[in-house]
Design a protein around this ligand. Structure first.
Ligand SMILES: Cc1cc2nc3c(=O)[nH]c(=O)nc-3n(C[C@H](O)[C@H](O)[C@H](O)COP(=O)(O)OP(=O)(O)OC[C@H]3O[C@@H](n4cnc5c(N)ncnc54)[C@H](O)[C@@H]3O)c2cc1C
Length: 429
């Protein structure tokens, strides 16, 4: 019989727990009596912007490398392994050389990622399976068709709540992993090493002292629940800095080291034992924003990356190259904005409030193009998630889902409210 294998491509689902696509790959390999070869594909280390290519922030790179290293270690402990392909072409070459019959991976509903999925699916010598699993719900659970997806968040959330939807139940990790097939090492792949060389992020950064990876993500979320912090979240969520003002779960959700469905199940268990409050509900409420932006991407496709976003037209940006350099470099001369841009570049993170404030400054005070601002965030944020990033930028620009047509955050007023003593400005000046 011809020797073949199944390939599992880990994308933004760097975990074994609650990974339906991985379970399907294992089951298929079991049925066929062949091995499963787990791979990742190297990320681009730059982001394209209207002002040229931007290098990714080193903290974001380190966090993702750490997540992959931890995954490789987990796979090895279970008799499997993890390999890295340099590019999609290298993945294709690997599939040819291993005579792979099936490729499984999570489905990503974004143009560049869909192109990659499409190009791999065109080859008739294997079958591809891309499974949607990065949100709380599957499409067939939604109480409306995608054509009728409410564009406004509140209407979306209310329909979900009226249908009593909370989350799909998470799956346990596969009971046993099918071992990797034996094959000759070749130039298109390299074994992913563990992440012992990982350097913790800058002091003051939200990621400081934290490790990435599945186990660390689960421990982080469990500790947040054990300390009863969901009951404080509503009061603290708009703060700018500090260890516990928000859940910091975006770092794990963005790389899929914790599935949002598992996180929801753990929050449910917390509420069952410690009670549900407005504050603990609000965490789920925030996940609904994440969910809404995901379905917006399904419903509108490439349009979410257009200059006009979901609107009929967009005002012509007026920012100059000099404005771009001042904003990205944190030298606008506005101390509050510059502190935010320094924090972002230095740590790879910003609170939600500060993201809104510096984004609004780029759009409303400097007259910038939202796509350039979003590209800067994409290059800098550890928790870069294209659905949430694009959705939030369009929202503030008034080109997306905001029923009020966009928001200006007055930086002086915001500084007075959120940094009355100037601590934040001094910290990141
Ligand atoms: C301009 C702009 C760009 C953004 N880019 C990203 C991004 O690339 N990746 C990303 O994960 N979030 C993004 N956000 C949303 C939000 O700022 C972060 O999710 C949040 O600050 C992460 O910190 P946390 O996990 O402690 O959040 P918490 O306040 O603890 O919230 C819990 C979770 O809810 C979700 N969430 C909260 N607020 C939002 C929101 N406004 N939109 C979507 N999901 C939300 C996140 O998954 C978050 O982890 C952006 C917001 C703005 C204004």
């Amino acid at each position: 019989m011809k020797q073949t294998c199944v390939i599992y491509w880990f994308r933004r689902d760097l975990r074994l727990d609650d990974n339906p696509a991985l379970c399907l790959a294992m089951a298929k390999a079991h049925d066929l009596g062949v091995g499963v070869l787990p791979v990742v594909v190297k990320r681009r280390d730059t982001v394209d912007s209207l002002y040229g290519e931007i290098e990714r922030n080193t903290h974001a790179q380190a966090w993702a490398d750490d997540a992959e290293g931890a995954l490789a270690a987990s796979l090895r402990e279970r008799g499997s392994d993890l390999w890295r392909c340099e590019s999609i072409d290298a993945l294709r070459a690997l599939m040819r050389s291993t005579q792979a019959s099936h490729l499984y991976a999570e489905h990503i509903e974004l143009p560049y990622e869909r192109e990659a999925q499409g190009s791999l699916s065109r080859d008739a010598t294997w079958q591809t399976h891309f499974i949607w699993q990065s949100g709380l719900f599957d499409q067939d659970l939604l109480p409306f068709s995608l054509n009728a997806l409410p564009k406004v968040f509140t209407a979306f959330r209310e329909k979900i709540e009226k249908a009593s939807l909370r989350s799909i139940a998470p799956l346990p990790e596969p009971e046993s992993l099918v071992p990797t097939p034996l094959f000759a090492e070749n130039s298109v792949i390299a074994r992913v090493t563990d992440s012992s060389a990982f350097k913790p992020s800058t002091p003051g950064s939200i990621a400081h002292g934290r490790r990435s990876g599945e186990q660390a993500a689960r421990q982080h979320w469990q500790a947040y629940l054990d300390r009863g912090l969901p009951h404080r979240y509503f009061e603290t969520r708009n703060q700018l800095s500090g260890p516990d003002f928000s859940s910091q779960l975006s770092l794990d959700l963005a790389w899929g080291t914790l599935s949002v469905r598992r996180a929801a199940q753990m929050l449910d268990a917390f509420e069952a034992s410690d009670g549900r409050t407005k504050s603990s509900y609000w965490l789920w409420f925030e996940w609904m924003w994440r969910e809404h932006f995901r379905w917006i991407s399904h419903a509108y496709g490439r349009q979410i990356f257009a200059a006009r976003g979901l609107s009929e037209s967009a005002p012509k940006p007026t920012a100059t190259v000099n404005d771009w350099q001042r904003w990205t470099g944190g030298t606008t001369g506005h101390a509050f904005i510059d502190a935010g841009m320094h924090e972002l570049a230095t740590t790879g993170f910003l609170s939600n409030r500060m993201r809104q404030i510096v984004a609004s400054y780029w759009l409303n005070d400097l007259g910038g193009d939202w796509r350039a601002g979003a590209a800067w965030f994409e290059s800098q944020l550890i928790d870069d998630d294209a659905y949430s990033n694009t959705g939030n930028w369009l929202y503030i620009a008034g080109l997306g889902t905001d029923p009020r047509g966009g928001r200006r955050f007055d930086p002086d007023k915001q500084a007075k409210t959120h940094d009355p003593q100037g601590h934040y400005r001094r910290l990141w000046a």
